[in-house]
Ligand binder design. Structure first.
Ligand SMILES: Nc1ncnc2c1ncn2[C@@H]1O[C@H](COP(=O)(O)OP(=O)(O)O)[C@@H](O)[C@H]1O
Ligand SMILES: [Mg+2]
Length: 256
């Protein structure tokens, strides 16, 4: 479904992704691992069309549609395509001043015109509210529906972000280090939730994750990124590969 061929992306002199080629099939669950600065966020944003490559090609093949090359799409098509790929940013991207159900409504922002969205936002249709309630039940916080988002704990806000992504009714869920800010028990519970939801809804799931053990346990495929390169793409990377992934080069070691 996602096909990346020889992708390179630089920010000024920094090469964030270098000659990346990979294919992700519909319904696959993929973990992106690697040290900070290795290009995980850039790769997720590229998949979502927020970042455009400098060279190489990225195409998306949806089951009922023709293949789309992302760099040749009109803004409208790009918006449609992005609306079908849910992205949970590392900072969650929620608006704290809004109520929980309002943040979830914003999940569909790309699917409507600005005016249509505004009217749905001001006077949400009953069926949307019912849908949002059922999603909040699914993520375990139905009682928070009408609370201000800022009053929720970090873990609860993550669940709101998951519900918002589901409300978007996307075929793909991209999550950028969704468990980095929570304790181990909550991390496990959230990753279980995301994996189960992806399986139930036959979503493609791509998640960056620092915890290699959890990645191993939950993901049948792990992609190791280092300095913008793919070091391995494997169901079960070896200890040597993992050591190489996190090994600091001489230049990164701080002199005492
Ligand atoms: N918008 C940007 N402007 C400049 N440099 C960036 C930008 N985004 C990412 N980078 C650089 O690209 C590299 C990869 O970053 P990133 O994809 O965020 O890595 P990771 O998510 O693995 O920590 C880093 O060196 C980072 O500083
Ligand atoms: Mg990152």
């Amino acid at each position: 479904m996602f096909q990346l061929t020889d992708i390179t992306k630089s920010f000024g002199a920094t090469v964030a992704l270098s000659n990346i080629s990979l294919e992700i099939r519909q319904g696959e669950h993929v973990a992106l691992i690697g040290p900070s600065g290795s290009g995980k966020t850039t790769l997720l944003k590229l998949l979502n069309g927020q970042v455009l490559q400098n060279s190489g090609s990225y195409s998306l093949i949806e089951s009922d549609r023709a293949e789309s090359h992302l760099d040749s799409l009109s803004n409208k098509d790009l918006r449609r395509l992005r609306s079908e790929i849910a992205y949970i940013p590392q900072d969650l991207g929620l608006i704290p001043q809004l109520k929980v159900f309002q943040n979830i409504l914003l999940g569909r922002v790309g699917k409507h015109s600005a005016l249509g969205m505004l009217s749905k936002f001001l006077i949400p249709p009953q069926k949307n509210l019912q849908h949002i309630f059922s999603l909040l039940q699914r993520v375990g916080i139905p009682e928070k529906m009408y609370q201000h988002t800022a009053t929720l704990s970090g873990g609860q806000q993550q669940r709101v972000a998951v519900a918002r992504a589901l409300f978007q009714q996307a075929h793909t869920l991209l999550a950028d280090e969704p468990i980095s800010a929570v304790d181990p028990a909550r991390a496990r519970s959230l990753i279980t939730l995301l994996s189960e939801i992806a399986t139930e809804n036959q979503l493609t799931l791509v998640m960056s994750i620092q915890n290699v053990n959890l990645a191993r346990e939950f993901f049948p495929r792990m992609i190791g990124l280092k300095n913008g390169h793919i070091l391995f793409d494997s169901p079960e990377p070896s200890t040597e590969q993992l050591e190489e992934l996190y090994h600091l080069s001489e230049s990164e070691l701080v002199e005492p």
